[in-house]
Every structure is written in C-alpha cells, then in structure tokens.
Write a protein that binds this ligand. Structure first.
Ligand SMILES: CC(C)(COP(=O)(O)OP(=O)(O)OC[C@H]1O[C@@H](n2cnc3c(N)ncnc32)[C@H](O)[C@@H]1OP(=O)(O)O)[C@@H](O)C(=O)NCCC(=O)NCCS
Length: 153
C-alpha cells in the first residue's frame, strides 16, 4: 500500500506543479486502500518493484457526484500513474488497455475517467487513445472543472 501511495505522490506531483489539486498527489495510504477496496487494482511491475498502477471500478456508481458515472454499463478508473522516470515507455497505455479488456469482460460498454480541463496534454493523451469528451463535472471541494472522457468498448 505504501509503495502504491508513494508512486501516486511522485507521479501526480507533475499535475500539482501546473496548479491542479489532485487528491492522489497527497493522499494517505488509508485513502489508497479505500479506493482499491471499491475497485480492482492493476499494477505494472519491473524487477519486483511497482512502477505503474490503475484502479478500475466496475459499473455502476449510482451514488457518484459525477452524473455520467451513474449511467449503467459505464466502468471508470482512477489512481492511474506511472513512475515518472519510466513514463513515455508504453506502461500507461498497457495498463489502460488491460483495464479496457477487464471492464469489457465485466459487461461494461464504456470505460470513463475524468481529469482537469486545464490538463490539456493529458486530455490529448486520452483522446489519442480513443477517448472522447462526454461531459464536464466539478467535484465537491475542487477548484478546477473536470472533463469526463469515455471510450466505447
Ligand atoms: C498519464 C500516464 C499514466 C501515462 O503513462 P505513460 O507510461 O507515460 O504513457 P505511455 O508511455 O503509454 O504513453 C506515452 C505517450 O504519452 C505522452 N505522455 C506521457 N506523459 C504525459 C503526460 N503527463 N501528459 C500528456 N502526455 C503524456 C507521451 O508524449 C507519449 O505520446 P505518444 O502519444 O506520442 O506516444 C503518466 O504520464 C502519469 O503517471 N502521469 C501523471 C499522473 C497522471 O496524470 N495520471 C492520470 C490522471 S487522470
């Protein structure tokens, strides 16, 4: 748990630097555990060390503050990060692909996520991988507006 939490801190620091207050950048291990418990945690390993992670949540999040996530057959993911020194090596794409396959196998028709509207490069990263902007949302307590991105599986 600590290994995943500190990986999230290192990876999400790049977003904090551009002024986006993501919880994953500072969250304690208890929060990581809570999020993992309500989903399925994928990890990428290199030499026995966790270098990437993604937590998949199966449909349906009926109580989500994000209305799009309440739709039936929409799986979602969060806590998505790759060790900064190993980014741009395809690990993130591989984790996302695995999440898409697992979501599809669980009966989902879409896989969705959200990120800050201002994280333009990151939004492009998703668009390049088949994700489309489907909604906007503002999470309670957050300064930034988020874009909801989804891919039909
Ligand atoms: C987003 C992230 C998980 C991608 O993982 P990755 O292993 O670097 O991704 P890949 O190597 O599979 O993809 C490389 C591609 O993404 C681009 N890229 C890498 N990091 C990026 C970033 N932070 N923002 C935008 N584009 C990025 C590369 O230029 C490359 O472009 P290509 O389309 O020409 O191939 C990783 O960069 C990361 O951990 N970022 C910080 C945390 C984060 O933003 N999480 C998602 C929150 S919604």
């Amino acid at each position: 748990l600590d290994e995943i939490t500190t990986l999230l801190h290192r990876a999400y620091a790049s977003l904090t630097e551009i002024g986006i207050d993501y919880k994953a950048a500072v969250q304690p291990a208890e929060e990581t555990a809570k999020r993992i418990a309500r989903g399925e945690c994928l990890v990428a390993e290199h030499d026995g060390i966790i270098v990437g992670t993604l937590t998949l949540r199966r449909p349906t999040r009926f109580d989500s503050k994000c209305l799009y996530y309440r739709r039936p057959r929409v799986a979602t993911f969060e806590q998505f990060a790759v060790e900064p020194a190993l980014q741009n090596g395809g690990i993130g794409s591989a984790l996302l692909r695995e999440a898409e396959l697992r979501a599809q196998a669980a009966g989902a028709h879409e896989l969705a996520c959200d990120t800050a509207v201002s994280a333009k490069d990151l939004v492009k990263w998703y668009v390049d991988r088949g994700y489309m902007e489907v909604d906007r949302t503002r999470w309670p307590g957050k300064r930034h507006e988020s874009v909801v991105l989804s891919k039909t599986l």
